[in-house]
Design a binder for this molecule. Structure first.
Ligand SMILES: [Fe+2]
Length: 395
C-alpha cells in the first residue's frame, strides 16, 4: 500500500491499496476536535490517522510512504542521528517541480521510517485531481488549471499515456490566488493596517497574506455589493501594467500587495463601497481566468480546475458557463485538503501503475465520534433561520 502524507497546514493521510483503490483519507482537523487547517506536530500524528483509517492491521512502517513537497523544506539533509522533533527537518520535494520520476529519501527516524518518497506540492494537485476525475477512467487527455496561494496560476496539459504526463502550457499570471485574501486586508471587514504597514517596510515576510479563512468569507461578503464596469476596467489596466514591469524575484505576496496599492489609487474609488470594490476585483479575476482559459484550451476540451482558487464556487460556475471548455471537473478537495491524496497518487504512478484510481469515494474518512454535548439548560435548539438571525444581530 501507499500512504500519502501532508504534514503542513490541512495535514492529512491518504491510503491507496495495491489494487489502486483509495481506501482511506482524512485530515487531522477531522479528529480530536482539532482546529481548522491543523498541521502535524509530530510523527505520531501520522500514526494516529493511519490507525483511525484502519486498513486491516497492516503496519505503517511496512508501507510506501509518500510525502507532499513543500517550499523551503527541500534543502536540509536528514538528521544524521536519526531523530526528529520537527517536520521542517524532512528532506522533501519542492513546491512546484514537475518531475514525477521516483524520488526516494532515506528515513529520518530509522525506527519509524525506512524510506519515503516525496513529490512536489504542485504535482500532488495535478495527479490527485486527474486521478479522481471521470477523465482518468478512459485515459482521456485534459487541460488542468492549478491555482493556489503559493503557485502562479498555470495551465497544464495531461496525457496519461505519455512518459511526461504533465506538461506546462502557460503560466497565466504573476499573481497567485493569495490575491483573494490580500484584497481583504485593504477593503471590507478584515482590513488590517498593521499588515499593510509591514509590507511597506518590507519587514513582515511571514504575515503578508491573510488567513486561510478570509477568502471564503469575502466570497460571501461581495454579495453585499455589485461590480462596477469602470472599476473592473481600471483594475484590468493596473494588473496589465504591473505584469509588464514586475520582477518575480520579489518575495511572495508582493505582487498582490503592489496591485492592491494601485487599485487604492484608482480615481474616484472612494465613491464606491468596499463591497463594490471587492466584487469588482472578484469579477475582474473571473474574467481574466476565463479569457486565459479560452486562449489555451480548445473549444469543448476536457478541463480541470484545481488548487485553493477552485474553492471559489462563483468562479467555477462562471468558467463552466463561459470559457468554452467541454466537460469540467473540480475535485471535492481542490485545496490542500487533497494533498495527501495527491502525494499518494504521485507515488502510485511513479511505482509503475497507471494514472488512475480503480475506486474512490468521498466517504472513506474516519468515523465521526458521537461526542455531541448533552442537551441541557445551557443549550437551545435553533432553526437555521434563527441561527442566521442570531449571528447577524448579536455577533
Ligand atoms: Fe496547494
Amino acid at each position: 500500500m501507499i500512504v500519502g502524507i501532508k504534514y503542513t497546514h490541512d495535514a492529512g493521510v491518504a491510503i491507496i491499496n495495491d489494487d489502486g483503490e483509495l481506501v482511506g483519507a482524512s485530515e487531522l482537523e477531522k479528529v480530536n476536535n482539532n482546529g481548522r487547517y491543523t498541521k502535524m506536530n509530530s510523527l505520531s500524528d501520522i500514526e494516529l490517522l493511519y490507525r483511525l483509517l484502519s486498513v486491516g492491521g497492516h503496519r505503517l512502517s511496512d508501507q510506501i510512504l509518500s510525502i507532499d513537497g513543500w517550499t523551503g523544506h527541500n534543502k536540509n539533509p536528514a538528521s544524521p542521528n536519526g531523530t526528529i522533533e520537527n517536520f521542517n527537518d524532512f528532506l522533501v520535494a519542492g513546491y512546484q517541480n514537475l518531475n514525477v520520476n521516483k524520488a526516494t529519501y532515506k528515513g529520518i527516524r530509522q525506527t519509524f521510517f525506512q524510506n519515503y518518497e516525496s513529490y512536489s506540492h504542485l504535482l500532488g494537485h495535478v495527479y490527485g485531481s486527474y486521478m479522481t476525475s471521470p477523465f482518468s477512467e478512459n485515459g482521456e487527455k485534459t487541460f488542468v488549471l492549478v491555482s493556489d496561494g503559493g503557485i502562479l496560476p498555470t495551465i497544464f496539459y495531461v496525457d496519461p499515456e505519455e512518459e511526461y504526463k504533465v506538461i506546462p502550457v502557460k503560466k497565466i499570471s504573476k499573481m497567485s490566488a493569495s490575491i483573494y485574501g490580500v484584497m481583504g486586508l485593504y477593503f471590507g471587514p478584515f482590513k488590517n493596517q498593521d499588515i499593510i504597514k509591514g509590507v511597506q517596510n518590507h519587514s513582515e515576510k511571514n504575515v503578508l497574506l491573510a488567513g486561510y479563512d478570509v477568502p471564503g468569507k469575502l466570497m460571501s461578503y461581495i454579495g453585499l455589493g455589485a461590480p462596477s464596469d469602470y472599476l473592473v476596467s481600471e483594475i484590468a489596466e493596473a494588473n496589465l501594467n504591473l505584469d509588464r514591469v514586475y520582477n518575480l524575484e520579489f518575495f511572495r505576496g508582493m505582487y498582490e500587495h503592489t496591485l492592491m496599492k494601485m487599485i487604492c489609487k484608482i480615481p474616484d474609488i472612494e465613491k464606491y463601497s468596499d463591497a463594490d470594490i471587492l466584487h469588482s476585483i472578484h469579477t475582474y479575476l473571473e474574467k481574466f481566468y476565463i479569457e486565459e482559459i479560452r486562449k489555451v484550451v480548445p473549444e469543448g476540451f476536457n478541463f480541470i480546475f484545481t488548487g485553493g482558487a477552485a474553492l471559489n464556487i462563483k468562479w467555477n460556475s462562471a468558467i463552466r458557463a463561459r470559457s468554452g471548455v467541454g466537460e469540467m471537473y473540480v475535485p471535492p478537495f481542490p485545496n490542500d485538503s487533497g494533498s495527501a491524496i495527491g502525494a499518494a497518487c504521485c507515488s502510485y504512478v511513479a511505482n509503475g501503475n497507471p494514472m488512475r484510481l480503480t475506486k474512490w469515494d468521498v466517504y472513506c474518512g474516519v468515523e465521526f465520534n458521537d461526542n455531541s454535548p448533552e442537551t441541557d439548560k445551557f443549550f437551545e435548539f435553533m432553526s437555521p433561520y434563527d441561527l442566521g438571525k442570531f449571528i447577524a444581530i448579536e455577533i
